[in-house]
Write a protein that binds this ligand. Structure first.
Ligand code: NAD
Ligand code: IPM
Ligand code: MN
Length: 365
């Protein structure tokens, strides 16, 4: 049996609750395949601020860099909302992504048949949707310089810079084209090239990279239209490639096709040889934290992406995904995806009759 070193970052809010469920499922799925996971927990975000004064302490950076993969829950909360940007929990997450050069954020939005009626959109619109958003994660307006505040004509001015270099666009475009080749061979590049120079450059580079992928049908869409088309006809999309902030917004929007933000996992892939970060798309949900209401499935599915993309353990990934399906088939639903006739998960439910490990959340045991 192989041993895999996972750095686990539970973070804030619902983070510790969903981490507990995901690790239980991961350990069980690994055991069934003869794979062992060694978990090293480290603080990030608000929890790290409280413990050390720094949202991404050097000790956390060290164990992340040394890991085979990093499994992150979520960060942030009301308590730290009035801190200056540079000291906020969110900065810890951005520094984590940057320090591992996790530039390619894969955010799949798949409508599971069990949840086709859980969406706020009509069943016939969302049924069968299977989209992969490829979001550039370590550049764009999140990281561009100059940024900050200044005083001008007696008032405060805040400013950020959206910047992409050709090399940054090229590497994310290649990830997206490669993904499209393994899927439906359709790629939609989303930008705002009717207004922004940075987007004109983005589009030029994507068109150039497309020459290496003649089988992929490439389309271009402005972000405002894409936000609309995603709701109007989500089945139009196969793979979407876009920059950091547009991808952030589109992926939360895409989550509502699947029923809930609590269903969406992600993988943030670095260059070969460096660990990736596997994290739900959602945040720390401070409005429901500590109430045993959080949907842990995005976190479980993030662990599955970690096994599939980071650790080359497709069988463990299959088991985790099957466990999610089994829990849904058995009628378990958290509040965010509750449907008539379904039930809240209870720890006494134990194992699903099929023998799959349960992924239902319950009070701490
Ligand atoms: P959020 O994603 O935390 O929550 C948005 C809404 O979705 C809330 O109503 C929440 O209850 C619900 N929700 C989210 N995840 C859920 C789950 N697993 N199960 C059930 N319901 C769920 O976004 P927000 O409220 O805008 O932000 C809260 C905090 O999280 C902020 O500090 C923000 O910066 C941070 N955040 C962190 C990450 C991350 O760690 N990757 C991502 C987004 C936001
Ligand atoms: C996400 C989050 C983060 C982002 C924040 C918390 C920095 O919204 O992972 O989607 O904007 O990338
Ligand atoms: Mn987001």
């Amino acid at each position: 049996a192989a041993t895999h070193n996972i750095t686990v970052l539970p973070g804030d809010g619902i983070g510790p609750e969903i981490t507990k469920v995901a690790l239980k499922a991961l350990t069980a799925a690994g055991k069934a395949e003869g794979e062992d996971f060694v978990y090293t927990e480290a603080p990030i975000g608000g929890a790290a601020i409280d413990a050390t004064g720094d949202p991404y302490p050097a000790s956390t950076e060290e164990v992340c860099k040394a890991a085979d993969a990093v499994l992150l829950a979520c960060i942030g909360g009301y308590k730290w909302d009035s801190l200056p940007n540079a000291q906020r929990p969110e900065k810890g997450l951005l520094r984590l992504r940057s320090s591992l050069n996790a530039f390619a954020n894969l955010r799949p939005a798949v409508v599971l048949p069990q949840l086709a009626d859980a969406s706020t959109l009509k069943r016939e619109v969302v049924e069968g949707v299977d989209i992969l958003i490829v979001r550039e994660l370590v550049g764009g307006i999140y990281f561009g310089e100059p940024r900050g505040f200044k005083e001008e004509n007696g008032e405060r001015v805040g400013y950020n810079t959206m910047v992409y270099r050709e090399s940054e666009v090229e590497r994310i475009a290649r990830v997206a084209f490669d993904a499209a080749m393994k899927r439906g061979k359709r790629l939609c590049s989303v930008e705002k090239s009717n207004v922004l120079e940075v987007s004109q450059l983005w589009k030029d580079v994507v068109i150039r990279v497309a020459q290496d992928y003649p089988e992929v049908e490439l389309s271009h869409m402005y972000i405002d239209n894409a936000a609309m088309q995603l709701i109007r006809n989500p089945k139009y999309f196969d793979v979407v490639v876009t920059g950091n902030i547009f991808g952030d917004i589109l992926s939360d929007e895409a989550s509502m096709l699947t029923g809930s933000l609590g269903m969406l996992p992600s993988a943030s892939i670095s260059e070969p040889g460096k660990p990736g970060i596997y994290e739900p798309v959602h945040g720390s949900a401070p409005d429901i934290a500590g109430q045993d209401k959080a949907n842990p499935l995005a976190m479980v599915l993030s662990a599955a992406m970690m096994c599939r993309y980071g650790l080359n353990l497709p069988k463990v990934a299959d088991r985790l995904e099957a466990a999610v399906t089994a829990a849904l088939d058995a009628g378990y639903r958290t509040g965010d995806i509750m449907q008539p006739g379904c039930k809240q998960p209870r720890p006494s439910a134990g194992r699903h009759p099929s023998g799959s490990p349960m992924v239902a959340s319950g009070p701490p045991s």
